[in-house]
Structures are given as structure tokens and as C-alpha cells.
Ligand binder design. Sequence first.
Ligand code: SF4
Length: 441
Amino acid sequence: MAITNSLKYNWHVKLTGQPFLAWQRRQAERHPKVSSRWRSDILSPPLKIGARTKELISRHYLEGRYASGHRPVAWVTSGGPVEILQALGFYILYPENHGALCGVRGAVVELSGVAESAGYSTDICSYARTDIGSVLSGKTPVGRLPKPDILLACTNICQTVLHWYRVLARHFQVPLILIDTPFVYSKLTEHSLQYVIKQLENSIPVAEQVAGCKLNYNRLKEIIKLSKDATELWQEIINRGRHRPAPISVFDQFIHMAPVVEMRGKKATVDFYAALLKELDENIAKGIGAVRNERKRLLWDNLPIWYRLRYFAEYLGEHGICVVASTYTNAWGELAPMMNVEKPLESIARTYISPILNQGTKYKLDTMQRMVKEFQLDGVILHSDRSCKPYSIGQIDQRNRLIQEFGIPALLLEADHDDPRAYAEEQVASRLASFVEMLDN
Ligand code: SF4
């Protein structure tokens, strides 16, 4: 069985799939086509790196399609400490990224509906509903997802994942590694750090047993180094948004952040971000901005609204507004300095305790205030995400503080990152129109 699966994997992935995707990417690079729907009058042409982004993501899901029986498979929460599993050779799937892809491809209502018919409330995060619906129905826009051999959930983003992954563990009858990260109210304590290190240590024999091999610490160090390099490059990319005009908008960042979320610890990801940074620097040198006539610059708080990325980019672009910074994309870069090859487990613990969602609302406000200054912003859009309660809590106070202390307009926009049924088209359009007017006054 294992030999048949390996033959299938090598044929479909290595011998045919990957070369085909590389050929497709080269064609797209040689003869770049801009869709007739692209608003070239207000937005600069799409970044050339887009062809590589598509190739990387397609490769990732292609590998997943044929991974079962060939290599161990882990399903992991987006903020999960993935480096140990990577060093053990697991194929890693991030259901939240798959959920985002379902959002972009318009598959959420159907998949979420399957979960809701099975009794899951619409109050549960739409990523969880989409994933559970996909598991129950076997449907996915990427063809097929590999079944997990192990699950890893880390509570550093929310408590939803704890219950969601318990559902998955029951369904697939596989071990669940749970990493519980104490909330950081003001400062990370030594006790919290040791508590997480201990859990990481305890998780290793479980993962080794499923992988069928021992953890090689030298390999772990290599993976940490690659993770660090990729996240550092990502942070530099985000910081290029400080230039006027900004060479990349957050709507581009939302798309190009996929590799740093789901392919950390890989050389291909480091190369990808080095190439993206190079392209941005070339565009900066030529004075090319993401929005052709950039007049105003904004911050985006919270997750994107996956099914309306184009609408926001175009509507705002039409008014010379570029959203140049986001607390969400920043969250994937700001922890890079904490990774330390010389202290693998300690630095993994330190890094994964510290995401923005595992720190107090003051930390988020401080981050936004810092970004308003550093990116010279004219306003803020706070997406109040019906699904993501931990990200949305405190936003009314944060908006008020931004208005009072910086004298800049801040808009609270209610929606859901993945579920279009929680999106009121006309209400959003009219609130956005008033906000744009305010920015000009
Ligand atoms: S509630 Fe928020 S952090 Fe948790 S899974 Fe959903 S989107 Fe992610």
C-alpha cells in the first residue's frame, strides 16, 4: 500500500504535476496577461510575483492531494508551532487557509451549510464551519484534502480551535496535540514560558510515534532558520508600505501572505519572499504604487473580507486611497526576531505565546498607533468580524482612541471574513462612501 501511494505521489506530484505548474508559471511570466476586468485606470498592473504565488499554493495542495499513505499528514491551526512537525517530515495542512481559499472561491455558503445542517451553529467561526462542512461532505475547491494522521491545535489565536480540533479528532480518530498558551496581559512570565516549553517537549514523542521516526534537532534548527528568514522578509515587505506611493497594498498582502502562513520553514518560501521584495524595490525605484494616484493611506484592522477583496481595492483605489498597512499581515512578520536557532524549543515557545491575539487589547491599540505614525496614515478601517470575536473585542474603544488621540477618521465596518451571508452590501457601501468623504474633509 505504502509503495503504491509513493508511486502515485511521485508520478502525480514530482514527475507530472510540479513540472506542469512550473511550465504554467513560466508561460504566465513570459506573457503576462491582465484580466479585462482589472481596473488598470486606478490600479497598477498586478505584481509579477502573482504567477509564483499561484504556483506555490497549487503545489502545496497538489502535494496534499497525494500525501496520504506516502508521508504523515498533520492538520494545524494557523498559529500552531509547526516547526517540530516539519522537521519530522509531516505534510502540513492549515484548515484556516483552506477556509480562506474557499472564501475567495465562493464555496463557503455551501460548505458551511453542510456543517449547519449537522447542528453546528452559525455563531461558530466561519473557518470552523467551512472546514467541518468540507470534512463531512468531502467537498473542496482544491480537489481533495488529505486525511490527518495527527492534529495540532494551539490556543494562541482563540478558544474556538480547541473545540473545533476536538471535533476533528473524534471524526478522524487521530491524536490531538494541544498547546495551551497562557494569555500575555502585560509581560511574558517565566512560568508561562516554561509551561509551554514543557508541552512542546511532551508533544515530541507523540508526533515521533505518528511520523515513525525520531526528531533530528539539527533538522529542527534548519527549519527554524528558514521560518525566521521567511518571516523577516515578510516583515520587510510589509515595511515597504511606508514608501509613497506604497508599492503594495494590503489587498495584495492578503493574497501573498499564504506561503508565510502555510509554508513556513521551506526554502521555496524564503526564495519567494526574496523575489517579491526585489520586485517591490524595483517598483519603488520606478515610482510605481499599487494605487495609481495615491492620495490617502489607511490601516486595516482584523481579517480580510475574503469574498470582497477586489471590491474594496477598487472602490478605495478609485478615490486615490491605498490601504497600506494591516495589523493582520503584520502579525505574521513581527514575531520573527524571537526565533532563535540556538534555543529551538525556548524560542518556539516564546514566539508562539506572543501573537497579537494572545496579548491584551492595549497591545493591539499600541500596534495600530505605532503603524499610524510609521506609515503616515490618514485613517483606519476596523473590520468588526462576526466570526473572530478575539480579534474584534475592544474595537469600539480602539476606534474612539484613534479618533481622539490622532484626530484621524476611523470606521468600524461589520462583516464576516468568510461568510457572505453576514455582509450587508448596501450598508457597507454607504458607510464606506461617508468615510471616504470624511477623509477628504
Ligand atoms: S475565531 Fe478568529 S482566530 Fe479563531 S479560528 Fe476563527 S478567525 Fe481564526
